[in-house]
Design a protein around this ligand. Structure first.
Ligand SMILES: NC(=O)c1ccc[n+]([C@@H]2O[C@H](COP(=O)([O-])OP(=O)(O)OC[C@H]3O[C@@H](n4cnc5c(N)ncnc54)[C@H](OP(=O)(O)O)[C@@H]3O)[C@@H](O)[C@H]2O)c1
Length: 328
């Protein structure tokens, strides 16, 4: 199966190439970058030298020759590419935010008009697997919403309030340097940002509502001095108290058979480079604390996108993704 990666010079695109080297059926045949057209991919991603001799091409949706394309491009760029690829019969997994929310919500949250809207399944496979089978197009979720939603999902319908407090590694911001991600600002430091207004809150609200929750949902992210990973602490406030043992059973039952969700002490290093989401809970009666850890570039982006491709195309869901994290 021929795979194209649009936006392959970026972090998520590079991660797609790395992970797909281990897929049994998918072969990356086209990688794009406008700035680096004509440059070998391994000049930008030296860790992939020897695994590929691909050269960046200009992204031309009329010419891309592939069975499946991943769009690892910024929001608003994907909406001008997705429809063109789909009309040529190419399946698409979009890693941007362009198709994760209803049109009106997207326009309100992102402050831009949507120029080519259509409805797409929201690809957290553990919650939306059935909707992702036999489709042409999947909207891959945001990194924060993936870790947060998985942390709260089993208790969603019992909660009256959910407060997500997340710590993110710096690769979440992409490879474009900025003052915020400049080393002296990030190293030996922890910074809260977008305290009450991060755009990913809309996806979290959408997913908890999908799970039957009427809870008020709040979210504050922090930037921490690591390259990869998101650790989310979910404070889940209940109307009726629950014991830790009861909540643990609920979580274990909810994720029974889910290869990529493990019930154990979450820590960033244990999931780094892997598609796992580690979760653990503790209750003090009316407040349950559920903590999750993911790698933002894998379960939070490219790994989950491959998981979605596997579901969409009928491959084993774990194909290309069976690797442990890196500890220490
Ligand atoms: N980083 C994460 O942890 C993460 C997690 C979940 C989701 N995502 C989402 O995944 C997407 C990619 O993120 P990233 O962190 O990999 O970003 P990035 O490092 O900034 O890479 C962006 C890529 O898109 C290409 N690009 C930019 N504008 C384009 C356009 N108008 N048309 C075609 N290609 C364009 C860039 O290359 P050229 O400019 O040379 O074409 C580059 O290859 C974003 O939508 C992001 O929100 C990222």
């Amino acid at each position: 199966m021929k795979v194209a990666i649009v936006g392959a010079s970026g972090y998520a695109g590079g991660e797609l190439v790395r992970l797909l080297c281990h897929h049994s059926a998918a072969k990356v045949t086209c990688v794009t970058s406008r700035k680096l057209a004509g440059t070998p991919l391994d000049q930008v991603h030296p860790h992939l030298k020897g695994f590929t001799d691909l050269v960046f091409e200009n992204p031309d949706p009329e010419k891309i020759d592939a069975d499946v394309a991943f769009l690892a491009v910024p929001h608003t760029a994907a909406m001008s590419i997705a429809g063109k690829l789909l009309s040529r019969g190419i399946k698409v997994v979009d890693l941007s935010a362009d198709y994760r929310l209803p049109k009106e919500t997207f326009e309100k949250v992102y402050g831009v008009p949507h120029t080519d809207y259509f409805k797409a399944p929201y690809g957290i496979p553990e919650l939306h697997r059935k909707e992702c089978k036999n489709v042409q197009f999947i909207a891959n979720p945001g990194c924060f919403p993936t870790g947060a939603t998985l942390a709260a999902a089993p208790l969603a319908k019992y909660a009256n309030t959910v407060i997500f407090d997340s710590k993110s590694g710096v690769s979440g911001a992409g490879d474009n340097p900025s003052a915020t991600t400049h080393y002296p600002n990030v190293g030996d430091n922890v910074n809260p940002y977008k305290w009450t207004s991060h755009r990913h809150l809309a996806e979290m609200k959408q997913e908890l509502a999908f799970l039957g929750s009427k809870a008020k949902v709040y979210f504050t992210p922090h930037l921490v001095p690591v390259n990869r990973g998101i650790l989310t602490t979910a404070h889940i406030l209940l109307d009726e108290p629950m014991e830790t043992k009861e909540v643990e059973k609920l979580y274990k039952d909810f994720y029974k058979g889910e290869f990529f969700v493990r019930y154990q002490m979450p820590m960033l290093a244990a999931v780094r480079g892997s598609n796992f989401c580690d979760i653990k809970v503790e209750s003090e009666g009316l407040r349950v604390v559920a903590v999750s850890a993911i790698d933002n570039l894998v379960k939070g982006a490219s790994g989950q996108a491959i998981q979605n491709m596997n579901i969409m195309c009928g491959y084993k869901e774990t194909d290309g993704l069976v690797a442990a994290g890196m500890l220490p």
